[in-house]
Design a protein around this ligand. Structure first.
Ligand SMILES: [Zn+2]
Length: 311
């Protein structure tokens, strides 16, 4: 999706303690020898450790967003997680999604008809995709529910479905127009008492300051056998080839591997990975099994995926 006609989202920035040498290129070169490619990228240091593996050694992957505007993106040398070099201020980020995000990202505060129709179709899609895996009539919450079409689809299918949406305008539209049970709120407003059967996190995790903290929070809201569906852009697909990725509102750029490893680390197991040309699409289940940490070599694999489809 091109964003050329839309004002550039301006995330609130935290203090930038990063230092790096300026590279001579804006996007990764087209090398496929990934260890040497990693070595070619300039080192980058910052206060915050990697959200996935806690390492604190990064390389500067890109200095431009998908529209050619300045945006520093780094890759963790150990696990290969890709994220903005500078993490946003958490309080400012919350305020941004309450008020400014929809206007800046979609060019509108309330959804236009074509967006409502698209969301409605998406709700049917997710219901069809996930229903075979879910407990009939289960207690389901979507975090980042948007205008409520997914919540409405699952509710009409008999689920006890509701959603949390941080944006004032979309939450209001969901309640007042679509009559969906969407409440103004965010991840921290999930019930903490292990009462949910299912959580949906669809095109949300890439916007969060700490996906790891988010998954821990969701785990605490799920019953011991509870399910979590996550969908987000896949950095290693053709859709996200280097000249088309690095969106200013996407703090993290996941591959299937980095998202799965994060989930395993946060106490989930993979139930099913769905085929998708553009997205990581995975159903997880809360698990008490401790997965071995295997993050080494992840950076080379992320770069391999990123460069597979480069021009
Ligand atoms: Zn890492």
């Amino acid at each position: 999706m091109t964003q050329m006609a839309i004002p550039r989202p301006s995330l609130p920035r935290g203090s930038n303690n990063g230092t790096h040498n300026r590279p001579r290129f804006n996007n990764p070169p087209r090398a496929v020898h990934n260890r040497s490619l990693l070595d070619q990228l300039p080192s980058f240091s910052r206060q915050e450790a990697c959200d996935l593996c806690d390492a604190n050694a990064f390389r500067l992957l890109s200095q431009r967003d998908r529209d050619g505007r300045p945006l520093d993106t780094v890759i963790c040398e150990q696990c290969g997680l890709v994220c903005h070099a500078e993490l946003p201020d958490p309080i400012g980020l919350t305020a941004y999604y309450q008020t400014a995000y929809r206007q800046q990202y979609h060019g509108q505060r309330a959804p236009r008809p074509h967006r409502v129709i698209r969301a409605w179709k998406a709700g049917r899609h997710y219901l069809k995709l996930l229903r075979p895996f879910l407990p009939a009539g289960g207690h389901l919450c979507e975090v980042g529910a948007g205008l409520g079409a997914n919540v409405q689809a699952f509710s009409e299918a008999g689920f006890r479905a509701w959603g949390l949406e941080p944006g004032y305008d979309y939450a209001s539209y969901a309640r007042n127009v679509l009559r969906a049970d969407v409440r103004l709120g965010q991840l921290d407003d999930l019930p903490p008492n292990e009462c949910l059967d299912v959580v949906l996190l669809i095109h949300v995790i890439e916007h969060l300051r700490s996906p790891r903290a988010a998954l821990h929070r969701i785990r605490g809201a799920l019953r011991p056998w509870g399910l979590l569906y996550i969908e987000c852009p896949d950095l290693s697909t053709p859709h996200s080839a280097p000249h088309r990725c690095f969106h200013p509102a996407h703090i993290y750029d996941f591959t299937s591997e980095t998202l799965t490893r994060l989930a395993l680390r946060c106490g989930f197991r993979v139930v099913h990975s769905f085929r998708s040309d553009a997205h990581v699409s995975v159903l997880l289940q809360r698990s008490d099994e401790q997965e071995p940490d295997q993050v080494g070599g992840g950076a080379a694999r992320t770069l391999q995926g990123l460069n597979r489809f480069s021009r």
